[in-house]
Design a binder for this molecule. Structure first.
Ligand code: IPE
Ligand code: MG
Length: 229
């Protein structure tokens, strides 16, 4: 969700106004996923690198996060949304950590849409915490671990790998998002700033995804000849 600051700047507003508008867009995209029967939506809200921003902006982002948790969880619950927060939560204020814990608990039995918010998240952090936990659990097999061994320890082990990745705001990079899980994900980049993103743009991204051929390393011929191979 990139481009909040530039959106605000274009309107001569403080950056935080862009973040406020950005939260509105989150609401709209959650509705869009519910309408379209999409089962998993994962949003990169705050990266482990975002702490480097001016202290005032970081603290306003935290306040917005708290406010959203206080105000939205009830409604998410009513709409069958399960909320999960992934990332190194230990760096957050204890009050925020408690709100997160309660929000996850309150929505734990919902299964219409799993909404994951990545907060103080980094893809490298995720791989390292998984490796370290695996090392703690199975030290004797070190040196012989396979890909499938690490997967249960990744922060999003409860979700399938993403089909589609969308980055708004014009930059064309992953910026340390779900590094392990994006291996075969289709990437979609748009210059539209996050606060200007909307359902029509979302549908365009989905349509471009549907036109792509996902070969997972196979040849095009293999896919048409043996669809289930
Ligand atoms: C993304 O918008 C939102 C967060 C990182 C919280 P930015 O704040 O990165 O907006 P730009 O890139 O400065 O426009
Ligand atoms: Mg940015």
């Amino acid at each position: 969700m990139d481009g909040n600051g530039r959106w605000a700047k274009k309107r001569l507003l403080p950056r935080v106004a862009g973040h406020v508008k950005g939260v509105e867009l989150v609401r709209e995209m959650v509705r869009a996923c519910l309408e379209r029967g999409i089962a998993y939506l994962t949003l990169f809200a705050f990266s482990s690198e975002n702490w480097r921003r001016p202290q005032e902006e970081v603290s306003l982002l935290m306040q917005l996060f708290v406010k959203a948790l206080e105000q939205e969880v009830e409604k998410l619950g009513r709409n069958g949304v399960r909320l999960r927060i992934v990332g190194d939560l230990s760096r957050f204020d204890p009050h925020l950590q408690e709100l997160i814990r309660r929000a996850e608990e309150k929505t734990a039995t919902n299964d219409r849409l799993v909404l994951t918010v990545a907060a103080n998240y980094g893809g490298r952090w995720d791989i390292m915490q998984a490796v370290n936990r695996l090392a703690g659990a199975e030290p004797d097999r070190a040196g012989n671990w396979a890909e499938a061994d690490i997967e249960p320890y990744l922060a999003m082990s409860y979700a399938p790998e993403p089909d589609l990745f969308i980055r708004t705001g014009g930059e064309e990079r992953i910026s340390n998002f779900l590094l392990w899980q994006l291996a075969y994900t289709e990437l979609h980049f748009t210059p539209t700033l996050w606060p200007d993103f909307n359902k029509a743009e979302f549908d365009k991204a989905i349509a471009s995804f549907q036109k792509r051929e996902r070969r997972f390393g196979r040849t095009s011929e293999q896919l048409t000849e043996t669809p289930n191979a």
